[in-house]
Design a binder for this molecule. Sequence first.
Ligand SMILES: [Cu+2]
Length: 251
Amino acid sequence: MIQNFLHFFADHFDMTGRYLEAASTYARDIDGVIALIGVLVGFWFILSEVAFFWLIFKFRAKDGVKSQYVAGETPEEKRWITWPHMAVLVCDVFIIVGAVWVWYNVKQNLPPAQQTVRVIGQQWAWTFVHPGPDGQLDTGDDIALIDELHVQKGVVYHYKLESRDVLHNFSVPVFRLKQDAIPGRTITGWFEPTKVGEHDIQCAEICGIGHGVMGARIHIESAAEHAAWMSQHSPTRTVASVASSPAPAAR
Ligand SMILES: [Cu+2]
């Protein structure tokens, strides 16, 4: 029910989805929350601006009319504050219910992984360690690539996010995914790609002078394409040791 409510807003008032493809299972839910907030905040913004300028116009300076001092203390005057205030609180309930539902599903509830990838940020590149044909990370056939992540459509991925030096942020706009990478921690999250395609990955945390060039690409492939890509990477070409090589000095 909550999802239908959010998708109604995503379908009718969404700006994000108009310019940016939605390629994960939860992308439309997040778009829905943003659209819902936009509609509610926009409604009150327009209403209050109209009232504001109408009052300025109506009570503008006029010859022979002295201004009054209105303290806003009588119950009749206070109603102009309390009633809109109550209405805004009711709107907040809708936003909070929608936002908590989405947050729980995206960030707290971890669906079982079908595949796990390791994502390592450093100044200023991403290393993506893919499990090789055996489907297991940290084995000899792992495929480590710089600035290139290959995933399969319709598969639930867990990512293990790490940083070698400073704060980075693993951001995949088409997934509506953003997660801080924190040195010393391994942060687990998930995504499930829903559309084949090639898209940007970016670092969304100012991480030094090269932050702006810390981009990468995600390749979302069909099962056949993904299998073909994997077969191109024989174990001898993989760089499994990248994940455990020493960190470069932080700048
Ligand atoms: Cu970065």
